[in-house]
Design a protein around this ligand. Structure first.
Ligand code: SAH
Length: 201
């Protein structure tokens, strides 16, 4: 993948103000998952942005690969890793085509990525995750929720859409109401999310 492939995503990391999701710390939900010992083994952070959740997993002992289409985000993630003395691989690549990488993982995390894709890319994305996650491996996916009022932000996702997307080759263990922390905007500091725990069968 080249820098030109997703210029719109890179632009969200070169703007004067940080993107709403780029909060400079891990999402509290992933801190909780780390505390529960779930961010383990070889772990992929799909669409890792500037790497906070990936680095949380690395600090919990996971062997971490973070992938994002935005070169600026990946450069920041690498700089944070080296500043913090943490080891993690961060690569510019397309999460819709993970099968093309030589990657096999035990755990996948997705914080705010599934919800960016349209219907066709959603199907590609789930197949792409399936190509790198070993059988019985776990995927923790947090996406924007249809419970979020208003129209600001990414596409809202309903639980039935999550169930349909992960119906073949996956077992959904739970879909729980949760929240994303965001950089304050329009008086909001949190938005409604679904945290889905899914196992590859
Ligand atoms: N997980 C990060 C970023 C979420 S925003 C966080 O929680 O902060 C969505 C991210 O998905 C952006 O960083 C964007 O660059 C990335 N992205 C979008 N489409 C992608 C694709 N096809 N391949 C890889 N990354 C992609």
């Amino acid at each position: 993948m080249t820098e030109q492939a997703h210029p719109e995503w890179d632009a969200s990391y070169t703007a004067d103000t940080p993107a709403p999701w780029d909060i400079g710390r891990p999402q509290p939900t992933f801190v909780r998952l780390a505390d529960e010992g779930r961010l383990t083994g070889r772990l992929l952070d799909a669409g890792c942005g500037t790497g906070e959740n990936a680095l949380l997993a690395a600090s919990s002992g996971a062997d971490v690969t973070g992938i994002d289409a935005a070169p600026t985000a990946i450069a920041r993630a690498r700089a944070k890793a080296s500043e913090r003395g943490l080891t993690a691989r961060f690569e510019v690549a397309d999460v819709l085509d993970l099968g093309g990488l030589s990657l096999a993982v035990d755990t996948v995390i997705d914080s705010g990525v599934f919800h960016v894709f349209g219907d066709d890319d959603r199907v590609r994305y789930v197949a792409s995750l399936a190509a790198v996650l070993r059988p019985a491996g776990a995927c923790y996916l947090m996406c924007f929720s249809d419970r979020q009022p208003g129209t600001w932000g990414p596409r809202r996702v309903r639980p039935d859409e999550l169930r349909a997307s992960f119906s073949d080759g996956w077992a959904i263990e739970s879909i729980a109401a949760d929240t994303f922390d965001i950089n304050p905007m329009d008086g909001m500091t949190q938005v409604q999310a679904w945290l889905t725990a899914i196992r590859r069968t």
